[in-house]
Design a protein around this ligand. Structure first.
Ligand code: IMP
Ligand code: MG
Length: 351
């Protein structure tokens, strides 16, 4: 089970760099002090073997860097192709967990700059609502700023969409709607494979997930209520309670494995994740969400797309799946999102 220390340590910036993982082979080959008193010939042999191993590791690192330099986020994206679509997660990425994007947030002028440059912006969030007013409430600062911005053309403003429930509900910017967003019918943006997602399967998958969530609430004695939605089911804490990280993660692992083992779980993509103080199972995942944005904007190539999010640990994290659809950037707070967008603008300015 992952402790708070391990998770927080894993989020330190050097750990989020895959090269940080290379510390492991060095530690594995370091010799225990037990050989300290061995005779010198043996010591020399150990030293030679260790030296050779380290050389091999460094050669592997070199190959790794050569092979994957194109995958290094941002620089490769800007140097080798043109960035046309940037998608953002909501909670923790654009605003603090459970909060809203309010007027005055430093993220807002950066998002507007992307639109002004003619780039498309998608907010690909797990938060799943069928009602535009709910998204207006969460994104008010941004939507109002776009609406009243004197320098943005209509075409640039229409470059903003919100895709909620990971890949389930699409809203486009609409200057004349009171919520500044309009629901877009699924038939207008669905990917071909999504047409195979039958309503009966969706209900069945959510039934399996719900039963499993209820079992976790009872077995782990969680102070939580179950929330069933059109395309998701989740648990959230009862008023005045908080769940422990270990309880949330255990629940994700149990539910994920129960759904995976079910027949319907093999037919339909889903995403089970720990939202910080809740656990949700959504139909589809962010790889579908990002791909749907690419398609909606006329078929933007994965190499021209960047997804920015905070959830990239491989178990129980929902931004992770976006890696199947584009380059990704892992941030840990809205402040880091601002830094990232400034870095991006600077790199593009140099090219
Ligand atoms: P994200 O970080 O923008 O992906 O938002 C994740 C959070 O949205 C979750 O932790 C939940 O608190 C909230 N949420 C609201 N509705 C849903 C839903 O239908 N599915 C998943 N998460 C939801
Ligand atoms: Mg998030």
């Amino acid at each position: 089970m992952t402790t708070r220390y391990r998770v927080e340590y894993a989020l330190k910036s050097h750990r989020r760099d895959q090269l940080g993982l290379l510390a492991v082979p060095f530690v594995l080959h370091s010799q225990p002090t037990a050989i300290f008193n061995e005779e010198s010939a043996k010591l020399a042999e150990v030293a030679r073997a260790t030296h050779q191993r380290y050389a091999e590791i460094m050669r592997d690192v070199e190959q790794l860097v050569n092979d994957h330099s194109k995958l290094i986020p941002l620089m490769g994206l800007i140097r080798r192709s043109k960035l046309r679509l940037v998608t953002f997660d909501g909670d923790v990425t654009l605003y603090e967990d459970g909060c809203c994007l309010l007027d005055g947030s430093p993220v807002i002028p950066r998002l507007i700059r992307l639109l002004q440059q003619g780039k498309k912006v998608g907010i690909v969030t797990a938060a799943g609502y069928t009602d535009a007013s709910k998204y207006y409430g969460r994104l008010k600062g941004l939507l109002d700023a776009v609406s009243s911005h004197p320098g943005l053309t209509d075409e640039q403003k229409n470059g903003l969409v919100v895709l909620g429930g990971e890949s389930n509900f699409l809203f486009r910017y609409n200057q004349s709607s009171p919520d500044l967003l309009t629901y877009v019918e699924r038939s207008e943006w669905m990917l071909d494979e999504m047409r195979l997602w039958r309503d009966e399967d969706i209900t069945e998958l959510l039934d399996v997930a719900e039963a499993s969530l209820r079992e976790c609430v009872s077995n782990l004695n969680l102070p939580a209520a179950v929330l069933r939605k059109e395309r998701a089911v989740g648990i959230y804490p009862l008023d005045g309670h908080k769940m422990h990280r270990e309880q949330l993660e255990e629940t994700v692992l149990v539910v994920q494995s129960m759904v995976e083992k079910s027949e319907v779980g093999r037919r339909l993509p889903f995403c089970a994740f720990n939202g910080g103080n809740d656990v949700f199972v959504d139909i589809g995942d962010k790889s579908w969400g990002v791909r749907a944005c690419q398609r909606y904007f006329g078929g933007i190539d994965p190499s021209m797309t960047l997804h920015v999010g905070d959830q990239f640990l491989s178990a129980g994290a929902n931004d992770f799946k976006a890696r199947l659809a584009c380059t990704t950037a892992w941030i840990a707070s809205p402040t880091e999102t601002v830094q990232l967008l400034d870095e991006l603008a600077e790199l593009e300015g140099r090219n």
